[in-house]
Design a protein around this ligand. Sequence first.
Ligand code: GSH
Length: 212
Amino acid sequence: MIIYGSSVSPFVRKTIAFATEKGIDFKVKSENPGSQDPEFRQASPFGKIPGFRDGDYTLSDSSAIIAYLEALKPDPVLIPVEPRARGKTIWWDEFADTILLGAGNRIFFNRIVLPKFRGQPGDLAVADKAEREELPPILDYLEQAIPSSGWMVEDRLTLADLAVATGFANLRYAGCPVQSSKHPRLTAYVEKILSRPSFAGSLAREAKVFAT
Ligand SMILES: N[C@@H](CCC(=O)N[C@@H](CS)C(=O)NCC(=O)O)C(=O)O
């Protein structure tokens, strides 16, 4: 199996972590968003990362890829089957992809992607406004939502945790790490999830990208 993209993308990092937690064998083929590589475009017609291939079967979108992997290899269960737990897991994935990363990507794109990867100035006013106005209520919401077990759903690791945590690596790179003085529970939670071996390979590769 091939995951196309770069783990600097939170969506790619989430997909890699999910496949790793599942014990699925895959390789990552480096592709930038918008790449015209025909093999990649067959998997991701609109050029978004991640794209995915399993033989002649192709997919794009992290949540679609993850749904395929869960069905292909149900053990360990990372998308619960109990209806309420499943609904909550999909909510957290969707919340992370749209609400958290909606704000997070306005910050990361303008502070990091444009200047570092595309050689263009980012709109820092947009990033600053997102950090100042959009992010705080999202972090406050998460702070009170994390159960005392330290897992979002079913008191164990699920897709929900991988989806929520992945974007916090990008927030760190963009100069707004979650702060334990303001959000102690969230800080400990993010640290715990991002410290899992399933994130380690991606974060180590990214450290090299950000060191240059
Ligand atoms: N909903 C998609 C979002 C994927 C996405 O937007 N990826 C970004 C990189 S972080 C991308 O490829 N952007 C390029 C573009 O939108 O053209 C998913 O979950 O995979």
